[in-house]
Design a protein around this ligand. Structure first.
Ligand SMILES: [Zn+2]
Length: 244
């Protein structure tokens, strides 16, 4: 129990770090899709209802602009038309409803909307669902903030190989509490985020922990994704990627 309290306290520290420069107050209107804001049931009703809050569409101009030089870099493999902007609502651990967004590959867009809707309906806690551009596409920073996201044109950690995130075919959920762990060639342990170290031990109970009994695991694996927590050479407890 003490450990769980510590975990929640740790998350709130990151909340205050990110929001201090750019506070996102509660909103009573959803006319602009401002991810990170908390939102009321009344505001959702005015917007047109919950169904309208879950959708995938071509990347809007303002989102595309935000992505340039951050999550999107000129490359031969993936372009704007291959990607979709996903709108979703999500619940945090304190029962607050939030505005969320992701960018993903068109190939998984409908599935991702469907999964996020089912997680929302089940009140599955997701703390933050911001585009990684908010963190200048720095993976360590967004993971320390427990952000959940999908597309980012980047390599797999500590390799020269393109990640499935670079094609928008992998989704990371509640990243601080579900870290990436790999033993490097020199025998040292790589933990990302570094602050996720307490959550490498999966034998104790803490918030946002993904396991085989988890609803998120069930939805992604049923939709054709594999879980990084099942990998043997490394563990990536936050990571679900499309099996191709
Ligand atoms: Zn990942």
């Amino acid at each position: 129990m003490m450990a769980a309290i510590f975990a929640i306290g740790g998350a709130s520290v990151f909340t205050s770090c990110v929001n201090s420069d750019n506070p996102l107050p509660n909103t009573t209107a959803l006319d602009q899709w401002q991810a990170g804001r908390t939102v009321t049931a009344e505001a959702v009703a005015v917007y047109g209802g919950i169904d309208k809050c879950f959708a995938a569409e071509p990347i809007p101009d303002d989102v595309w602009e935000r992505m340039q030089g951050k999550t999107f870099k000129e490359n031969p493999y993936i372009g704007r038309d291959d990607l979709r902007h996903v709108r979703a609502l999500h619940w945090d651990y304190d029962n607050q409803m939030h505005v969320g967004e992701m960018v993903c590959n068109v190939q998984i867009a409908d599935r991702l909307v469907n999964i996020l809707r089912q997680l929302f309906d089940a009140k599955y806690p997701i703390q933050r669902m911001l585009l990684p551009d908010v963190y200048n596409a720095d993976d360590e920073t967004q993971m320390r903030d427990n952000n959940s996201s999908c597309f980012c044109y980047r390599n797999i950690a500590a390799t020269n190989n393109l990640s499935k995130h670079a094609r928008g075919l992998a989704v990371d959920i509640n990243t601080l509490y579900n870290p990436y762990i790999k033993t490097l060639a020199d025998g040292t342990l790589l933990i990302e985020p570094a602050t996720g170290e307490p959550y490498c031990d999966r034998s104790w109970d803490f918030p946002y922990k993904i396991t085989h009994d988890d609803f998120c695991f069930k939805l992604f694996t049923e939709a054709g994704f594999e879980w990084g927590g099942d990998w043997t050479t490394r563990k990536d407890y936050q990571h679900f990627e499309l099996v191709e």
